[in-house]
Design a protein around this ligand. Structure first.
Ligand code: GLU
Length: 502
């Protein structure tokens, strides 16, 4: 379905890592644009930037790209409504300010920070809403000149008339704010840089934005923006304020809840596909209760109403669960490639395992990986230098039953025949198991069966000591695959280590 004239935007400020809540806003805008055949615009709101923040400038752009959110206009892509960095659009804001000055809708304010602070404090002490009470509104031209002569650099404030400010929100219905509660707000700072509310109105109008989709924390800003639209004679876009991403305690997700930035989840090895899927559907599910849904399907069924008025609780466990599903769906060769940076991060050289063996390892651990970053811990199983028994495994291996199982296993692997032929995982086994002899692979299941018969143990008592001795832990990848991936020397060394544990 294509609706002409649908233009939405995502307008991040490059002041740090992108919060998952902001990524969700980007996603909603993008899904809306794709659903309706509209344009998705990326605009960088960099007017708040101090010189020290330029280092992270690329982060807000990196994140949508990483998530697979592409933009039709914006940095790197261009477009008819550029430039797309606010710091390159100062002339546009100046033009709007000049109009408001000419029409007497704004005034210069010379109040110092200390004066404003005193006003705020006295309002708070009287239990009143802190806001600017309009001290400079009535200054005569002579007074203004006098203050300027004193070296004060004015800000420009917008004159807010008392009375209701009403607008319609696509998600929340009719909204009403009171001008008295807002107070005359700053639109241009003393250094000539526009404030957020002003720049955003000038830009959304100039960029012909049809729908402004953002978090409900911007609702009161929208009231101020509606006033600016009216003052400038611009027709406002449709507004849609979605609920926020919340922590488990139902307050806005913040650092004290744990990881909040997309970058943090990326570094932990959450896949962009999984994060996108999770952010798009969190707090709701797809038709038929499905939770694993591709971006294409999500966009085909997307509606703003469904994003919900209420906030959505961010459940990290659920995200990791979904991530595990995505990981399990990969072809091991593709997964091996996606794992490369995480292997290096864990201090391994991806070539040290050899491609074939590495893909075998990936296939073995794939079902146990909640995130890509967990690969390091699993690689330790396959590296003699890093292999270690954890506490649980060591304590289990001290039991008599465990020693019996391992003694039986030792009896098998000690034999040159088996070591020479390797041990074959169940999945790769031929339909007919060859007789075990020189150079013939032994089926792992057969080996276990034999050890079971020799020790008269079964179930966990039989399996866990083998797992503990060979992987160093009680949970993890399928043993038949592990067995096949360990070379005979490692197998012997580990069984020996377990047998001599006191
Ligand atoms: N730069 C603003 C922010 O990051 C944009 C808000 C808006 O969408 O208007 O919150």
């Amino acid at each position: 379905m294509s609706t002409p004239g649908i233009r939405v935007r995502f307008a991040p400020s490059p002041t740090g890592e992108l919060h998952v809540g902001n990524a969700r806003t980007a996603l909603f805008n993008w899904l809306f644009a794709r659903r309706h055949g509209g344009a998705f615009i990326l605009r960088v709101e960099d007017t708040d930037q101090s010189p020290t923040t330029t280092a992270v400038e690329t982060k807000p752009l990196e994140v949508p790209g990483w998530l697979g959110i592409d933009w039709d206009e914006g940095p790197g892509v261009g477009g008819a409504h550029g430039p797309y960095h606010q710091t390159e659009r100062l002339d546009i804001y100046r033009g709007c300010l000049d109009r408001l000055i000419a029409e007497g809708k704004v005034y210069p304010c010379y109040c110092t920070e200390a004066e404003l602070e005193a006003e705020r404090a006295s309002l708070v002490a009287s239990r009143l809403m802190p806001r600017y009470l309009g001290k400079c509104r009535e200054l005569s031209e002579a007074q203004q000149k006098q203050l300027y002569a004193e070296g004060r650099q004015p800000v420009w404030r917008f004159h807010v008339e008392p009375g209701p400010i009403a607008f319609e929100d696509l998600i929340r219905g009719p909204m009403v704010f009171q001008g008295e509660a807002i107070g005359d707000f700053i639109i241009v700072r003393s250094n000539g840089i526009p404030a957020y509310n002003f720049a955003v109105v000038a830009d959304d109008h100039a960029m012909e934005i049809s729908h402004v989709i953002r978090g409900e924390d911007h609702l009161s800003n929208t009231a101020a923006q509606v006033l600016l639209y009216r003052a400038l004679g611009f027709s406002p876009p449709v507004f849609a304020h979605h609920g926020l991403v919340l922590g488990k305690d139902h307050t806005k997700l913040s650092k004290r809840h744990g990881a909040t930035s997309v970058g943090a989840f990326r570094r932990r090895g959450v896949l962009p596909e999984a994060l996108l899927n999770y952010l798009a559907l969190m707090g709701s599910s797809f038709e038929g209760g499905r939770e694993v849904v591709s971006a294409k399907e999500i966009s085909e069924g997307f509606s703003l109403e469904r994003t919900g008025k209420g906030g959505a609780v961010f459940d990290e466990e659920k995200l990791l669960w979904l991530n595990g599903i995505y990981i399990r769906r990969f072809d091991p060769a593709v997964l091996a490639e996606r794992l490369t940076p995480f292997i290096r991060e864990a201090g391994y050289d991806e070539d040290s395992f050899g491609q074939e063996r590495f893909e075998g390892i990936v296939a073995a651990v794939q079902d146990s990986l909640p995130t890509l970053a967990d690969i390091g811990g699993f690689l330790d199983i396959f590296s003699d230098d890093r292999f270690q028994l954890d506490e649980e495994a060591a304590s289990l291996l001290r039991s008599d039953d465990a020693k019996r199982v391992l003694a039986a296993l030792w009896g098998h692997i000690e034999g040159e025949a088996i070591l020479g032929g390797g041990v074959m995982p169940v999945k790769d086994a031929p339909a007919i198991v060859p007789a075990n002899g020189e150079g013939t692979p032994l089926l792992f299941a057969v080996l276990i069966k034999q050890i079971g018969e020799q020790t008269d143990l079964k179930g966990k008592k039989l399996y866990l000591p083998i797992r503990a001795a060979l992987t160093g832990r009680l949970h993890g990848p399928e043993m038949d695959r592990v067995f096949a991936l360990l070379n005979p020397a490692s197998l012997c060394k580990r069984v020996e280590q377990a047998l001599t544990l006191t």
